[in-house]
Design a binder for this molecule. Structure first.
Ligand SMILES: NC(=O)c1ccc[n+]([C@@H]2O[C@H](COP(=O)([O-])OP(=O)(O)OC[C@H]3O[C@@H](n4cnc5c(N)ncnc54)[C@H](O)[C@@H]3O)[C@@H](O)[C@H]2O)c1
Length: 400
């Protein structure tokens, strides 16, 4: 049931993994949402009450708020009280942030911003982007300078739990001035139960980048340790479990690299803005990228050894394709990159992933088939589904 209608109209720019759930949640609280996306197919899908992304509980919510008339999608914006921006912020070649989607979303809403309106950037962005948006608005709309509110509020949801986390996570909210921060906080209070913590726009922008850089640095430490252990002939898992007995040590588990669309991207926004002082953040990125190439070399060497011993190339079972355990997302997945590289380099690979239906040019088989046909296995993703596997099923399982 949509809560009773609120007298607030929101334009939501971008209806992807963040924008659509946010639009649907706001609409379910009685906010009138005009969702905007440049993709006509996305707009048509949403207006039919359907969704174009995979996210639990989102389909029912969208169907409901569209049928009740609280959410409408369109390819262009309109007048509103609040303008929210959740468009992509990838990086270009050389790891430079690409702000062209944000710029174009701002251009789209420019003619509609009126005195008293609130503009909020949610896209993960380099430090100073909100102030840059202020400059664009002030230059193009000098008659409203000082009469609108502008804030940054980053998103920290976990795919698979987005609806719950949108409503319940704490949020840092930073305006370009105190009035903007206060205005944004009272807006989010309409649909967020978590704490809304006030700061300034630059701190809020940096906070998001630092959260993911912190994860990246910690993972890089575990990945570097795993390569040291390989050289030293020490079992990395035993080592970490022993070290973590120290009451103030908590080393993460290593893996074949870092994937997804946040952790491998966001640290570069800090490196690009502060090149001279981000030595550790840059190194962590490099270590995590290098770990993937190191894993490829390890598998190739193992295959070569097998060929020398058996006079034929091995069939390799690659266990897992997604970018992390127990999800179906293969975007920027190191496991997928490893499998594709092995195939491109002429190795015979059977991939197993219970969460993935098909991937172009990759032979996906079930576990049984892999056990029967493969000479050795490499575990690339720590899905619960693979937990019970032992070297008895395969001749050997290599983990990284
Ligand atoms: N997906 C996540 O888990 C997550 C988590 C935290 C932060 N973020 C950040 O949120 C932002 C959005 O990410 P996402 O995952 O939702 O991206 P997405 O690619 O799923 O969705 C973005 C949508 O914006 C649309 N779009 C592009 N330019 C537009 C424009 N000018 N006007 C209107 N629509 C436009 C695209 O067609 C697309 O549908 C990014 O900055 C991302 O880094 C994402």
């Amino acid at each position: 049931m949509v809560r009773k209608s609120l007298d607030i109209k929101v334009v939501m720019m971008g209806l992807g993994y963040i924008g659509l759930p946010t639009a649907a949640l706001m609409a379910s609280k009685g906010i009138h949402v005009h969702g905007v996306d440049i993709n006509q197919k996305t707009v048509d899908t949403i207006n039919r009450g359907q969704i174009h992304i995979v996210e639990p509980d989102l389909d029912g919510l969208v169907r409901h708020v569209v049928s009740e008339g609280y959410l409408k999608a369109d390819t262009s914006p309109c007048n509103a009280d609040v303008f929210l921006i959740a468009v992509p912020t990838p990086f270009r070649e050389g790891f430079e942030p690409d702000l062209s989607y944000v710029e174009s979303a701002v251009k789209g809403i420019l003619p509609f911003i009126k005195e008293g309106n609130l503009v909020i950037l949610e896209s993960t962005s380099p430090v100073g982007t909100t102030e840059y948006i202020e400059q664009i608005i002030n230059k193009e709309r000098p008659e409203i300078v000082g009469q609108y509110f502008l804030a940054y509020c980053p998103e920290r949801v976990l795919p698979g739990r987005v609806i719950y986390e949108l409503e319940n996570n704490d949020r840092s909210i930073g305006g370009i001035n105190k009035d903007s921060t206060d205005k944004a906080i009272s807006f989010y209070r309409n649909f967020v139960k978590g704490d809304l913590i006030s700061t300034n726009s630059k701190t809020a922008e940096m906070c998001k980048l630092v959260e993911n850089s912190s994860r990246d640095v910690n993972i890089a430490f575990a990945n570097e340790l795993s390569m040291i252990c390989d050289e030293a002939g020490v079992d990395i898992h035993e080592l970490i479990s022993l070290a973590n007995k120290h009451p103030r040590v908590n080393i993460l588990s290593p893996g074949p690299g870092v994937g997804g669309h946040c952790i491998p991207v966001d640290p570069w926004f800090l490196v690009s803005s502060f090149p001279g002082t981000t030595k550790m953040i840059r190194s962590a990125r490099e270590v995590n990228n290098y770990k993937t190439e190191w894993v490829i070399e390890k598998i190739k060497n193992h295959a070569l050894q097998f060929e020398l011993e058996h006079g034929r190339k091995p069939i390799i079972a690659c266990l897992g394709l997604t970018y992390k355990a127990d999800i179906d997302d293969i975007r920027e997945s190191p496991a997928l990159h490893i499998v594709k590289t092995l195939i491109k380099d002429g190795l015979e690979v059977m991939a197993v992933d219970p969460h993935v239906e098909s991937v172009k040019q990759i032979s996906l088989v079930n576990l049984q088939e892999a056990v029967l046909n493969c000479d050795f296995a490499v575990k690339l993703v720590d899905h619960k589904y693979f937990k019970e596997l032992t070297n008895k099923e395969f001749n050997s399982i290599i983990e990284f």
